[in-house]
Design a protein. Sequence first.
Length: 213
Amino acid sequence: MKDSTTTKKDAATTKPAVKPTTALKKEIERKHMVEAKSTAAEKLRELFVDGLKDIYWAEKALTKAIPKMAKNATSAKLTAGLTSHLVETEGQISRLEKVFKIIGEKAVAKKCDAMDGLIEEGKSIMEETEAGPVRDAGIIAASQKIEHYEIATYGTLTAWAKTLGENEAAELLWTSLNEEKDADRSLTEAAYHDINFNAVDADEMMDNKKTKK
């Protein structure tokens, strides 16, 4: 049984939680509020157009990045998959140009920092791995990160297009979304069935060589 004296003493010394004042709450909110640029989008349509410009730049950048990854891949299946997706990417660029035309906007590319970073990461992976199964596994990892970004982007743009009543544009964006999903599934299959296991075999061979030495 607890000592009633101790319990009363503990209760007396326990301080109630201090609730922030309204003024403090406002100060915290002010400090964490991101200040918008003078060119910031005020309407959903403007945000939609900005998103189109971003992915337009991203797809164009990928037409230069994908051939480099395909050239550095040693798996015939991976090389074929990347080459096939390059053709799809070129088609997606044309599709985006149609979207711009449909909504009455000029097709302009705006640098996409996210895609730029993902492409640079892929380049870094290739520089830090020897040609072979391990590099192939790294290329797949980099490619899937790119695909996931594109899936998220096309999904969002499709939803915004529908919300804005741009149904024809939404259909075109939805087509690109499905292509990206298919590409991601193909990369997953290539990784699971072949490349990742080959990379493990390569690791074991390296370990055996080190042991013999």
